[in-house]
Unconditional design. Structure first.
Length: 181
């Protein structure tokens, strides 16, 4: 009888480890999306892998606190090499948002809001900012409202200490000498 119970426990443990391994194989990032930026370039959640930390800022041209922090966000994107900054604008206001960006000298990418981004990335208030690590995991809670340069810098520095180092991307294989023309 003891043998039978031990055998059943072993089978149960093996089954549970298989289910757990299968669930890990099906892992998806917290933030998954596909959209275009204001210049028509396609973007997906794979972009998070390009930086140790990504700051995603939701804004619109008609929102004074949103516009008020854009120049500080631009400077942050230039001052922190491990940070990627992405703006997200409502597609209904894209033309006016682009005019505002050009007027203020904003060069970081601004993505078009899609339903999947709205569902997974925002509560619907602007300005709203969230942080995502290189694997697409949301870090902390979303911030509703604007901050100054120093306010955002403190948050960025705290999060950069918490997120794991960026994984090295494999290099493309070098062309062999015989195959080169």
């Amino acid at each position: 009888m003891k043998r039978m119970i031990c055998l059943l426990i072993v089978i149960l443990l093996l089954t549970l480890s298989f289910v757990t391994a299968s669930a890990e194989d099906q892992w998806e990032p917290d933030v998954a999306f596909k959209t275009i930026d204001t210049e028509g370039n396609e973007w997906t959640d794979l972009a998070f892998g390009d930086a140790k930390l990504t700051m995603v800022n939701f804004w619109a041209y008609w929102c004074p606190p949103c516009v008020g922090e854009l120049e500080d966000l631009q400077k942050l994107s230039e001052d922190y090499p491990d940070l990627q900054l992405l703006g997200v604008s409502l597609k209904d206001y894209e033309e006016e948002n682009v005019k505002t960006m050009k007027k203020l000298g904003i060069t970081y990418p601004t993505l078009r809001m899609t339903d999947s981004i709205m569902e997974k990335m925002t509560s619907g208030y602007i300005p709203e900012t969230m942080f995502v690590d290189s694997e697409g995991n949301i870090i902390g809670d979303n911030f509703v409202g604007s901050k100054s340069y120093s306010g955002w810098a403190a948050v960025i520095e705290d999060y950069l200490e918490k997120v794991p180092e960026l994984k090295e991307k494999p290099e493309a294989p070098a062309a062999d000498a015989e195959g080169a023309a």
